[in-house]
Design a protein around this ligand. Structure first.
Ligand SMILES: [Zn+2]
Length: 378
């Protein structure tokens, strides 16, 4: 049986454009299709956008998603920044706000900024909270996607087990999704540039190192939702640098933006980017070397998953390809040519907007899923 929610998927993914095509594809009667399409139109999920000329017979109206009838609020929280955006149902930003803010301030001040920024975005664009159908947040830590709680983050002391979704729901009574930032970025990159690719890996290298994996258009989370936690793979047990996790020799303590900043005697990974962009030879050499070091771990990931795309994101994606060059060298040297024959190793095209886009896509997929749509219809 095809429910109204399932009919919506056929329209969304382009399988059917008109009522006539829906009847032919599903085998349902004209009256059933008419009734379901009418309910979807009435609820504002779809609208008629024009007419399709068919070979003879009456021309029929083209049905499409009505992306403006529902709004999504998203926030991207990094170690040192926060970004909030209002988007439509195609993940297109309508308005945005950005602030330099340290996430280690703790959940109260950070989430309070998010709630106020959301309200300002609505006020500024003349929309009301009633038009918001869902909210998404992404964070630099391991997240329990189901409960919307933070499991663990070495960058977010004071946030452990904080009920982020519950706190946000006090201000906005809509579905609230919380996701790890690298996973959200991976979904954003896949959605905007690589939708025909069945397997994509995104590596975020800023203060720390994280990865997101997209398989068949879905975020791969793993059993403990800890998939992609590659920053703490131990490469050099005897190394004297202590990682944020307390161990020694983690790839994050050797190749993250923070590790490079320490080696170069500057404060943050942004400072490393500035040195590389200014052509500092030592910064360039160390950045390439860090890319080669992370590439050792990534060669294993590539051999295991055989992705079509590996995207470098985060601050190190802005090092004029020096970090990327190091990654490429290690991966090609350590993998079978057969595995990397169709592998694109690229920098992020969305840059700072990858996480916002991915988080908006996550909310959109939830709101437009057959289950959510069917339960929302009268
Ligand atoms: Zn570690």
């Amino acid at each position: 049986m095809q429910t109204a929610g399932q009919i919506l998927q056929l329209i969304r993914n382009g399988t059917c454009r008109t009522r006539k095509e829906l009847i032919a594809y599903t085998g349902l009667s004209r009256s059933t299709i008419t009734e379901r399409v009418d309910r979807l139109i009435e609820a504002g999920y779809i609208h008629e956008t024009g007419v399709a000329s068919s070979g003879g017979g009456r021309p029929s109206s083209v049905l499409a998603i009505d992306s403006t009838s529902r709004l999504v609020l998203v926030a991207d929280l990094g170690a040192t920044h926060a970004r909030a955006a209002l988007t439509d149902l195609t993940a297109r930003p309508i308005a945005e706000e950005y602030i330099e803010m340290r996430i280690e301030l703790g959940p109260e001040p950070v989430l309070s900024w998010v709630r106020q920024a959301f309200q300002r975005l609505l006020d500024k664009t003349g929309h009301s909270p009633a038009e918001v159908c869902g909210i998404g947040l992404d964070l630099p830590g391991s997240v329990d996607h189901t409960s919307g709680r933070l499991i663990r983050s070495f960058l977010m002391p004071g946030w452990d087990d904080h009920p982020i979704a519950e706190v946000m729901r006090r201000s906005f009574d809509v579905p609230i999704l919380v996701e790890n930032d690298a996973k959200a970025m991976a979904l954003g990159e896949w959605w905007s540039s690589w939708r025909s690719c069945p397997a994509l890996v995104l590596i975020k290298v800023s203060t720390g190192i994280g990865a997101g994996i997209i398989v068949d258009g879905q975020i791969y989370r793993g059993v403990e939702q800890a998939a992609g936690n590659i920053g703490h793979v131990r490469l050099r047990e005897g190394d004297d640098r202590v990682c944020t996790c307390g161990s020694r020799g983690c790839v994050a303590s050797l190749a993250s933006g923070q590790a490079l900043a320490a080696d170069l005697g500057v404060a943050t990974s942004r400072d490393v980017v500035r040195l590389v962009q200014a052509g500092d030879p030592e910064a360039i050499a160390l950045t390439q070397e860090a890319g080669r070091t992370l590439g050792i771990v990534l060669a294993t990931a590539v051999s295991l998953l055989n992705p079509g795309v590996l995207v470098l994101a985060g601050d190190m994606a802005e090092t004029r390809e020096h970090y990327l060059t190091g990654i490429r060298e290690s991966i090609y040297r350590r993998s079978l040519p057969y595995t990397t024959r169709n592998l694109d190793i690229v920098t992020s095209t969305l840059a700072g907007n990858a996480a916002i886009t991915g988080t908006a896509v996550l909310v959109m997929e939830h709101i437009l899923s057959p289950t959510t749509v069917d339960s929302s219809l009268p």
